[in-house]
Unconditional design. Structure first.
Length: 254
């Protein structure tokens, strides 16, 4: 059963998405809650100041549990500012991994006290990573649930592993472009037009976390499935694209 009754608020942090489409999906899926999109989380005149605060939560080495600290170059700051502003290159994004919990704290400070009364979700291109004990390294996440929750478009690309066949092809000497052509459609890429559809389901995971404390489902056909592989992500969000009856009944929606 739901544990809170706030409305859904979608915030943008350089996601590059049309938030209205995501909001319409959430409005239809959770009609009792309602959904609003207040706009950019960080106004243009505050981008540089906010970006400076993110410099110390970057992850310089994905295999070590330490953060970058406050020292940075102007070039590094400009790279992070482009992510916040929404005009980052792929290199900008891949160069800057952020601690997921620390990024949540920074985003929550921008939202204020409403992060606890409403269901706040920040859509961003920034890579929000957490330590994976199984892999003994930081791993980018598709969604980091909390107050607020973070849904990362780049995390959807970089987090779940690409198909095994793609990885074998690369090890056998196939170029990245050749391997991508061979396995086209079976994984997401940066700038992929399918990202908006996938983000709809990831945002639904964040809503379920806020309502029940359990964002994920064990059924691979459900949009709440926590995909470890790109093919699982494609299957759950693009081939099936629905939330299972069990979880709708859990909320009393169906």
């Amino acid at each position: 059963m739901p544990v809170k009754k706030g409305r859904i608020k979608l915030w943008d942090l350089g996601s590059g998405l049309e938030l209205d489409h995501v909001c319409a999906y959430l409005q239809e899926t959770f009609p009792k809650l309602g959904c609003a999109s207040p706009g950019p989380l960080v106004p243009p005149d505050r981008v540089l100041h906010f970006s400076k605060g993110l410099m110390s939560i970057r992850i310089p080495n994905l295999k070590r549990q330490e953060l970058a600290g406050r020292k940075h170059t102007r070039k590094e700051l400009n790279s992070v500012a482009r992510i916040v502003r929404g005009d980052a290159s792929k290199d900008d994004i891949l160069r800057n991994h952020f601690s997921g919990p620390s990024l949540q704290h920074a985003l929550g400070s921008r939202i204020g006290a409403d992060r606890f009364s409403d269901i706040n979700i920040v859509l961003t291109s920034a890579l929000a990573s957490t330590w994976d004990r199984a892999d003994d390294r930081y791993r980018p996440r598709t969604v980091v649930c909390g107050f607020p929750s973070i849904v990362s478009t780049s995390g959807a690309v970089e987090g779940p592993d690409k198909p095994r066949g793609y990885q074998v092809a690369r090890m056998m000497g196939l170029s990245d472009d050749e391997a991508k052509r061979k396995y086209s459609g079976r994984f997401l890429e940066h700038g992929d037009e399918r990202l908006t559809e996938v983000v709809m389901g990831l945002a639904a995971q964040a809503v379920f976390y806020d309502l029940t404390g359990e964002p994920f489902c064990e059924a691979e056909n459900c949009r709440l499935f926590n995909a470890r592989w790109q093919e699982q992500l494609v299957k759950a969000h693009l081939e099936h694209g629905g939330i299972c009856d069990h979880h709708f009944r859990k909320l009393g929606i169906r």
